[in-house]
Design a protein. Structure first.
Length: 504
């Protein structure tokens, strides 16, 4: 007994040093994630300046955003799986290098084609970097309480980065010029890469031979890229029932069906379909898609309401969303881990969704002459509190059914779901809002009244998305503790990959 105690005491400084290194490594990962997430929204504030400088037309200007989204959303799933196969640290560093180099190209671009091409490269680097982060966190922090806390920190960065991007974009564009929204990534990217090489544990992956399905990779990447393109371009420009939209959408679905058929029959699938046997993986991704569809519509259309109806400038819009960021950070970092450990992630998720629902309902009552304190601030607080509860809980649930060998795949899947869900939800809500406003203007309503009513309709549709998410939470999702108590499935032969212990 005495020897054991002495040995423990001797090891404790080393243990503390290892713990400190893990947490520093987590912060390095989060800085990388923040850089990627910021870039999704920071560009939106600078679009008018980019248009004036490079001479974009109104329609072609959308490609500054869409080029990034198509590459980012299309490659997340593939990048996550490649992290499992050849090493997550390697994929993270390569993605960081591509993103940083592409940011330099964006900053110096003096032509439209160079900026759009560099934004596409940024999307590739962003997908590689962000797809494997959650998988690395899960393997670095296997103990449940530490894992919940680490996921809370990551969830705050991933969810609050969008509103921080609005503020950062406004500050950089107004104080300097739009080029600096790209240049600022360069020192951050280099510093993150240097620290990542020193602090992140090296992992070899399970081997490319376990999932080297080139045709499957081509099918899923093509399906996702074409799907995101259909959402952000033809659907937004021509409507959801236009022939071009329906044709491209059908082709995207056909590619996805072909991918599923291949993965079900090939001996070495790129994405083993057994991952979807987990109720928490499948249900968690469904809830994420519905929740972000409603949430990101609020962020985008809420920004337009502040700009077009209440006449806020770019910096004021960023400051208006600051309470959301603060509440996200407070809940994600300080309270979500405690609630998840005490009650379970599923129990913590439900009140978070209810708070988001309440925020959307409250936003439907914002008038043309709305006051920030009365009509906007309560919505921001409800959204921030609800998001701070939901994102850590959803990530915990979605990762709870994944084996260590599939952590990168599960991480890429939940990130893909969030990005595609955001794009789909935003396209649906923006289209409905614009159509409603246009009809009201034709009927003689003033522009501010027509715009406000269009935003209200979109927020009510967002309410429907969140209600559906609550229904899935109550009927499909299981407590991660219940998952762990279920009996193990009989192991497959040594050549196969590990199976999930959670019943479908």
């Amino acid at each position: 007994m005495i020897e054991t105690v002495e040995l423990t005491r001797q090891d404790s400084p080393q243990t503390r040093e290892q713990d400190r290194s893990r947490w520093v490594a987590l912060y390095v990962l989060c800085v990388g994630m923040l850089m990627i997430v910021l870039d999704v929204t920071v560009v939106n504030v600078a679009l008018p300046s980019i248009q004036d400088d490079l001479g974009f037309s109104q329609s072609s200007l959308a490609w500054v955003v869409n080029a990034y989204l198509i590459a980012f959303g299309g490659l997340l799933l593939l990048a996550g799986r490649l992290g499992d196969l050849i090493g997550r640290r390697k994929i993270f560093l390569v993605g960081l290098g591509i993103f940083t180099a592409a940011s330099l190209l964006c900053g110096v671009a003096q032509s439209q084609w160079l900026l759009v091409g560099a934004r596409f490269l940024q999307g590739i680097g962003g997908a590689m970097t962000s797809a494997v982060i959650l998988g690395m966190i899960v393997t670095m922090f296997p103990e449940p309480r530490e894992q919940a806390k680490a996921i809370g920190v990551y969830a705050f960065v991933a969810s609050a980065g969008g509103s921080v991007g609005l503020l950062a974009g406004g500050v950089l564009t107004q104080a300097l010029n739009y080029h600096w929204i790209f240049f600022v990534n360069i020192p951050i990217g280099i510093g993150t890469a240097v620290l990542a090489r020193r602090l992140l544990p090296a992992d070899k992956g399970i081997g490319i031979s376990k999932g080297a399905d080139i045709p499957g990779a081509v099918l899923i990447t093509s399906a996702l890229m074409l799907g995101v393109y259909t959402i952000v371009k033809p659907a937004a420009d021509y409507g959801w029932t236009a022939g071009r939209t329906l044709g491209l959408g059908a082709l995207s679905v056909a590619l996805l069906v072909a991918f599923v058929a291949r993965e079900a029959t090939t001996r070495r699938p790129l994405i083993p379909l057994r991952i979807f046997r987990s109720r928490n993986v499948t249900g968690g991704n469904a809830v994420t898609a519905l929740m972000v569809s409603g949430m990101f519509g609020m962020f985008f259309l809420g920004s337009l309401y502040l700009q077009r109806v209440l006449r806020y400038d770019a910096l004021e819009i960023g400051l208006a969303f600051l309470p959301t960021t603060i509440m996200m950070g407070l809940m994600s970092i300080r309270y979500s881990e405690r609630l998840i450990m005490r009650f379970s992630a599923k129990v913590a998720l439900f009140p978070g969704l209810v708070l988001i629902l309440a925020g959307l309902v409250l936003f439907t009552r914002a008038p043309v002459d709305g006051s920030y304190v009365t009509h906007i601030l309560p919505v921001m607080i409800l959204f921030g509190t609800g998001s701070g509860l939901c994102f850590p809980a959803l990530m915990t649930l979605a990762m709870s059914g994944a084996t260590p060998g599939d952590a990168g795949l599960a991480s890429g899947l939940i990130n893909t779901t969030a990005q595609v869900g955001a794009a789909l939800g935003l396209a649906v809500l923006a289209t409905l809002s614009a159509s409603r406003s246009k009809d009201l203007i034709s009927d003689g309503q003033s522009i501010p009244v027509a715009l406000t009513n269009g935003y209200h309709l979109a927020f009510w549709v967002g309410v429907g998305f969140v209600v559906a998410a609550i229904a899935i939470t109550l009927t499909v999702l299981q407590s991660e503790r219940q998952t762990k108590k279920e009996p193990e499935v009989e192991p497959e032969p040594a050549t196969a990959e590990p199976v999930y212990s959670e019943a479908s």
